[in-house]
Design a protein around this ligand. Structure first.
Ligand code: NI
Length: 224
């Protein structure tokens, strides 16, 4: 499932994130790439040990993890600190699959869900589309600043070359409570229906049935 989540960051937070990223040092993005991705990765990343980045993480990840769609769709168990990537003209990230295991030796996690939070406005740059290969063919994603896209980390994807302006994104990964993307998609749809039923007809028998099915499917599939 590929899910676009609107308004993860509001205008004030987005402005603060952009202002900070205009001040912090960026380094060659190949430093954080695995062996295969390094061959095709050509971008820059904010140096992660900068103190200002930790404040950014609170803003970006705080908003993301509070978003109800994110909770429902990703079912997060472990959430990584994001990378802030910058693409100037000529930069690109060729076809690759994200590393299956990330994080430091003491805090390793499996990547089940990949997330990109768009930080630039689409008019700020040309090119730079995120292209994700799905079972129904390639999907091209270029979202307004503050919006995010979630997709299975097992998907092949690339970032088209930027030809003008600057593309800024935050990218992060989740180890999900539910490893199988097909199961997560079922839980996402059933969970949304359950929320609507609970709001509309909390006492109805069908609400109880859907609620019980959702809760017990989650219990059946969850891995801690
Ligand atoms: Ni990637």
């Amino acid at each position: 499932m590929l899910l676009e989540i609107p308004h993860v960051l509001g205008p004030g937070d987005l402005r603060r994130v952009r202002e900070t990223l205009a001040q912090v040092p960026f380094i060659d993005g190949r430093a954080s790439a695995g062996a295969a991705a390094r061959q095709v990765k050509h971008n820059e990343e904010a140096a992660p040990d900068d103190a200002r980045i930790r404040r950014l993480n609170e803003i970006v990840m705080g908003n993301l993890v509070r978003h109800p769609w994110f909770q429902h769709a990703a079912l997060p168990h472990r959430v990584a600190s994001p990378f802030y990537a910058r693409y100037a003209p000529g930069m690109t990230y060729g076809d690759h699959v994200d590393d299956p295991i990330m994080g430091p030796a003491q805090g390793r996690y499996r990547t089940d869900v990949s997330i990109t939070v768009f930080l630039s406005a689409p008019d700020d740059y040309e090119g730079g589309e995120l292209v994700i290969h799905t079972q129904f063919g390639p999907r091209t994603v270029k979202l307004p600043g503050g919006h995010a896209v979630l997709y299975p980390a097992s998907s092949r994807h690339h970032v088209a070359p930027v030809t003008r302006g600057e593309r800024l994104v935050a990218v992060t990964w989740v180890q999900s409570l539910v490893r199988d993307p097909a199961k997560r998609e079922l839980l996402w749809e059933l969970g949304r229906a359950r929320d609507r039923l609970l709001a509309k007809a909390p006492e109805a028998e069908e609400t109880r049935q859907v609620d019980k099915s959702y809760v017990n499917l989650l219990r059946m599939w969850v891995e801690l």
